[in-house]
Design a protein around this ligand. Structure first.
Ligand SMILES: [Zn+2]
Length: 82
């Protein structure tokens, strides 16, 4: 009997874990989707060092700007909306 109860408990634990991982992966995906240039809208390339991106902070919002757009900004050119 005891082992049966343990089995149920374990099953529930695994289910919880699965649920958690599902949620976790979803949140990570969402977070990654938010990482994109606020100027041209492109996400970082795979393996691109996001440290080179410029961080613009406006009140609660943190906007990331890719190096290309910073260059464009610095050269005084308007960035086209995508
Ligand atoms: Zn950009």
């Amino acid at each position: 009997m005891a082992s049966f109860a343990r089995k149920i408990k374990r099953k529930r634990f695994v289910a919880d874990r699965k649920q958690f991982m599902k949620h976790f992966k979803k949140s990570m995906k969402k977070f990654k989707a938010q990482v994109k240039c606020s100027s041209c809208g492109r996400p970082p390339n795979q393996g691109e060092n996001i440290d080179e991106w410029h961080i613009d902070q406006e009140s609660d919002n943190i906007n990331l700007v890719c190096p290309e757009c910073i260059q464009l900004k610095n050269s005084g050119l308007e960035v086209e909306d995508v």
